[in-house]
Ligand binder design. Sequence first.
Ligand SMILES: NC(=O)c1ccc[n+]([C@@H]2O[C@H](COP(=O)([O-])OP(=O)(O)OC[C@H]3O[C@@H](n4cnc5c(N)ncnc54)[C@H](OP(=O)(O)O)[C@@H]3O)[C@@H](O)[C@H]2O)c1
Length: 239
Amino acid sequence: MIGAKSRRILITGGNAGLGLALAKKLARRHSLLLSGRKSQIDVADVLPQGAGYVVADQNDPVLSTQALVTGIRDYGWDGLDNAVLNAGIGIAPPHGIDSTEAIRQTLDVNLLALILQAQALFPLLSKSKGTLTLIGSVVHSGSATIPAYAASKAGLHGLARSLRAEWKGQVSVQVLHPGSAKTEIHEKAGYDPGVMRSLFLDPDDVAAMMASAIAARRSPVRLSWVRYLNGGAFTGRRL
Ligand SMILES: NC(=O)c1ccc[n+]([C@@H]2O[C@H](COP(=O)([O-])OP(=O)(O)OC[C@H]3O[C@@H](n4cnc5c(N)ncnc54)[C@H](OP(=O)(O)O)[C@@H]3O)[C@@H](O)[C@H]2O)c1
């Protein structure tokens, strides 16, 4: 049951990986609307109980943004307390050079869609002095093997800095940069981390750090092993 203090939280990419881990962590205390590319039927068994779901395929940034806004309205929300723009993809180019198609897809899903979503969600977030959270990556500062992915995350870093200044006093804006976590994203990207995967963080631990960082509203925040070992998941702040 949702208590009086529950927040209305949108999590894009909430049907798998880090988004789903965060949703499961928050589901008992808050009202959740999740989005993804897959159909409602395909994800029905994995979603936390009580969470709403919207299909919004960010391969089409314009239509998916419209789908999100419509989905929020149809869910009965006239405002938002938190929007966690987490959906993303990686594509590991076979020879270190992305095809034009792969570059475009990466930038559409990871960057252009999030810029449009941020613009479209501003009126809903400002009604409740809410928080916009962009999920970047520690590789936003560069990575030799995934250039377009790194560029898309660098774009989010700049977007967060810009909106944080522009929306000051109206909507809090932050970017969180996770380190490697044990989700399916690497396999989907065509990248095999091999034995390094054993060093990746557990998605539940990253989700705990995400929740703590969202509650603190700081930006930018790296969610890495170093932060984890320094107690980043247990700062005393609770979303
Ligand atoms: N895992 C890591 O090591 C790591 C490290 C740094 C940053 N990150 C970032 O964290 C975020 C979540 O990653 P993850 O590891 O949880 O990945 P994941 O397990 O592959 O999950 C990705 C999520 O994004 C959604 N998504 C992908 N393409 C989409 C599209 N075209 N339209 C709408 N939704 C789409 C997926 O929905 P469907 O299942 O419906 O496609 C899924 O819910 C991403 O932004 C990623 O870049 C991850």
